[in-house]
Design a protein around this ligand. Structure first.
Ligand code: BES
Ligand code: MN
Ligand code: ZN
Length: 500
């Protein structure tokens, strides 16, 4: 799908579908006022008919409206003008995108950027609208021999602006919005692919393709022999139970000039391509969803693709420890003790707490990049789904300034996180009578004890952890990956590149 900026005024434009906002109480937005005038009061008459109340997200498609150059008018409810906020704007954008994608229109002109929103510039609004179109037009039917529906006909979304200053904002919004949905689409595709296709080697191939496509990205893949030499005993203990070889995937994005040795932001993503639990086997129902246990890794690939597409002037390293977790004669057993790359020993009391085992070695490995900040992203605990549901990622950090920036990026992108504490009392739950620590901390506060485990490997740098078990995919009828937290991470990096 193509996104473009135009200086044409909506009242004179020709388009297959013009999107207009309508407030509650039959109140028109500025472009709607124009269209109403040139069409001889068409909108007033339609609204009097009562088919569109103007509530947030209501839509009404008018065909062949007279007196204007567009073949369709999509009226979108915007609620009360004074109540317009970020969330309303997103719902309005989503409803509009859904309706246009479902129509037969080949292109559309979207005036939603003119809605007044306190504290949000035009580029932000354009980005949100593009994200909504990315979401509405996303399909994952590549493994079906018969497609359940035709691909959307919509090929182009056009954004009007009134001059130079607005034009620059629209173009920025388009550049960033387009790159963002490309990153999210990659992340969703990889996550939706099943474990028999999306293996650690497959993820490594994807990372190599990114390096081919973007000159700012360099990819290196470590195999099991190399990891053994580094002493990654925790990570390798997980992959011993699988016939697929583990990979440690490293992507380096250099967005600053070669001479600038700015310390990088390091993103570490859990890349468990299938988590059966190992010897501590998971129950059967719903186990298919554990193909999504690589969503942390997918979000690292998606975020790197997004920022490379934006050519952000920043240095970022992505690291993805990738393995399967399966029961096997050679798999970890409860009670086994392994030695991590850091030298700390771990008693594995539950083989299903494998994410922290592969992450801890990756978190030790990344010290070599002299990181300014390290953020790990993982579908780490079922407890996080219970605590926060699908609405927010769990955020834990050893640095409150970093946590605040991530929370802010979450608000701004609509991809929110919520902070939980990392107090010593929780860390004490990890005590083991036989090793430096156990890999589980009991029933209580599972998200926090998992993060406390990771915190033992991140003492030497500024670090945050995002538990995305609840946000990375949807279960139920509309099962599928969400692309989160690519928007949050990308927003954080956009702000960081600006020096915020
Ligand atoms: N990948 C799972 C976490 C998970 C569970 C994500 C459900 C999304 C939905 C992780 O490897 C795991 O199994 N965690 C265990 C930890 C427990 C054994 C301490 C869990 O949450 O049950
Ligand atoms: Mn597990
Ligand atoms: Zn897992």
């Amino acid at each position: 799908m193509e996104f473009t900026a135009t200086a044409a005024i909506p009242a004179k434009a020709t388009s297959a579908c013009l999107i207009l906002g309508i407030y509650e109480g039959q109140k028109l937005t500025p472009s709607a006022i124009w269209i109403n005038e040139v069409s001889g009061g068409l909108l007033n008459r339609v609204l009097k008919g009562g088919d569109l109340k103007g509530k947030v997200g209501d839509t009404l498609m008018l065909h062949q409206p007279e007196g204007i150059g567009c073949q369709r008018l999509l009226l979108v409810g915007c609620g009360q003008e004074q109540e317009l906020n970020d969330r309303a704007f997103r719902r309005i954008s989503e409803a509009a995108a859904k309706a246009v994608v479902a129509s037969n229109a080949r292109d559309t002109l979207c005036t939603l950027g003119e809605l007044p929103l306190a504290g949000r510039e035009l580029d932000w609004k354009v980005r949100q609208v593009i994200e909504a179109f990315g979401q509405a037009s996303y399909r994952f039917d590549q493994l079906m021999s018969k497609k359940p529906e035709e691909p959307p006909r919509l090929a182009k979304v056009n954004f009007p602006h009134t001059g130079r200053a607005e034009g620059a904002l629209v173009k920025l919004g388009i550049l960033q919005g387009r790159a963002l949905i490309e990153g999210m689409t990659l992340s969703k595709d990889l996550a939706n692919l099943p474990g028999n296709i999306c293996t650690p080697s497959y993820l490594a191939e994807q990372a190599r393709s990114l390096a081919k496509a973007y000159k700012g990205i360099k990819t290196t893949v470590l195999d099991e022999k190399q990891m053994e030499r580094l002493g990654m005993g925790a990570l390798l203990s997980v992959s011993r139970g699988s016939r697929q070889p583990a990979k440690l995937i490293v992507l380096e994005y250099n967005g600053t000039s070669a001479r600038n040795k700015q310390r990088p932001v390091v993103l570490v993503g859990k890349g468990l391509t299938f988590d059966a639990g190992g010897i501590s086997l998971k129950p059967g129902p719903g186990m298919d969803e554990m193909k999504y246990d690589m969503c942390g890794g997918a979000s690292v690939l998606g975020t790197l693709k997004a920022i490379a597409g934006m050519e952000l002037p920043i240095n970022v390293v992505g690291v993805i420890p990738s393995s399967e977790n399966l029961p096997d004669g050679d798999a970890n057993k409860p009670g086994d003790i392994v030695t991590s790359m850091s030298g700390q020993t771990i008693e594995i009391l539950n083989t299903d707490a494998e994410g922290r085992l592969i992450l801890c070695d990756a978190l030790t490995y990344v010290k070599k990049f002299n990181p300014e900040v390290v953020i790990d992203i993982a579908t780490l605990t079922g407890a996080c789904v219970i605590a926060l549901g699908a609405h927010a990622a769990g955020l834990l950090s050893n640095n409150d300034a970093l946590a605040a920036k991530l929370l802010e990026a979450g608000q701004k992108s609509g991809d929110r996180a919520w902070q939980l504490p990392l107090w010593e009392e929780y860390d004490e739950q990890l005590k083991s009578p036989f090793a430096d620590m156990a890999n589980i901390g009991g029933k209580e506060a599972g998200t926090i004890t998992a993060a406390s485990f990771l915190a033992r490997y991140t003492k030497e740098y500024t670090w945050a952890h995002l538990d995305i078990a609840g946000t990375a995919w949807k279960s139920g009828k509309e099962k599928g990956a969400t692309g989160r937290p690519v928007p949050l991470l990308t927003q954080y990096l956009i702000d960081k590149a600006k020096g915020d």
